[in-house]
Write a protein that binds this ligand. Structure first.
Ligand SMILES: [Ca+2]
Ligand SMILES: [Ca+2]
Length: 320
């Protein structure tokens, strides 16, 4: 007989002998029934324990990563606004506003930067004013440029098309969908536009001062500058949900790969937003007046790339 069953039998014997003793006491001397009361309490305790909800399975908890500087480019990337990683060609593209962010000065350009921080082709693509957000789809690089979107052939570095966004005020970020649709935030007009079949149309209005965009599954993640929020827009219903607030000057949004995101603050911060939408500050360069504009994260290399805007460089961080 297993020892547990033997112990159980001893408990039952103990309780029964106690009840008999209680009943004898009750009939003989009209005394209270301590053993029966004890048994009732024991049963009640067992019922309470059994009714406790089991602990909720929360899966692997997300801990905010730590960042360690890896390299910094030379300070030749004038007013560096955005970085994007071209997986196919294993190279980074950096957009350089080169001057005032809304000036039609014709001097903006795109640079090529290697994964070890060398500026391999400073003026790879020229002929722009103030290039900002970028997206890649089908061998083309799309670049937002105040009120136009350029379509660059990556293989040749030539601008194939320039699409004018009628009425646009300050195009900012770009996010490419898996279906080839190119979403563009217009910070000045508080709208999100879409480039599709060679035409730019309005996709969503009344989005106060939108900046960073990210297509994530069937959601368009959108950072609203004035509200300091990260929001999720269901791309089918176009219904928006506020996810995280208190993010100063939110600029770039990047998926980390664990269900969380990195969100940059243009004035020099990066927050990690966990899968349950809690934000943790993981980088703060405000003290040195180093900006953090439209960031890039490469999960396979665990590398975060931060364009420093007025510091004219890109800084890479190892993420642990
Ligand atoms: Ca410029
Ligand atoms: Ca931006």
């Amino acid at each position: 007989m297993p020892i547990e069953s033997h112990a159980t039998q001893k408990w039952i014997d103990f309780l029964i002998s106690g009840w008999i003793s209680d009943l004898q006491s009750f009939y003989l001397a009209d005394k209270p029934l301590p053993m029966i009361k004890f048994t009732a309490l024991l049963i009640l305790a067992c019922v309470i324990i059994a009714c406790q909800p089991s602990k909720k399975e929360t899966g692997v908890s997300s801990v905010a990563p730590t960042l360690k500087i890896k390299w910094q480019t030379d300070s030749v990337l004038t007013t560096a606004e955005s970085v994007i990683y071209d997986t196919k060609n294993d190279i980074l593209y950096v957009s350089n506003i080169n001057g005032v962010p809304d000036a039609k000065d014709g001097n903006g350009f795109i640079s090529k930067v290697s994964l070890d921080g060398k500026v391999t082709d400073l003026k790879w693509v020229t002929g722009m004013d103030a290039p900002k957000g970028m997206g890649i789809y089908g061998g083309k690089l799309y670049v937002a440029d105040i009120d136009r979107v350029h379509e660059i052939d990556i293989a040749s570095g030539k601008i194939l098309n320039t699409y004018v966004a009628e009425g646009a005020k300050f195009l900012n970020d770009i996010a490419s969908g898996t279906d080839g649709k190119i979403y563009i935030s217009d910070s000045g007009a508080s709208e999100v536009l879409v480039l599709e079949d060679g035409k730019i149309n309005k996709w969503l209005t009344n989005q106060p001062n939108p900046n960073g965009l990210l297509v994530d599954g069937n959601n368009l993640m959108i950072a609203l500058w004035d509200a300091k929020t990260l929001n999720s827009i269901d791309m089918t219903s176009k219904e928006g949900t506020l996810k995280t607030d208190s993010l100063d000057n939110p600029d770039g949004i990047e998926p980390v790969g664990d269900g969380g995101y990195f969100v940059s603050s243009w004035n020099g911060m990066v927050h990690y937003v966990s899968p349950d939408w809690k934000s943790t500050l993981v980088l703060d360069t405000r003290g040195d007046s180093v900006g953090a504009a439209d960031i890039e994260y490469i999960p396979s290399k665990k590398m975060l790339l931060v364009p420093t805007f007025y510091k004219n460089s890109v800084v890479a961080y190892d993420v642990k």
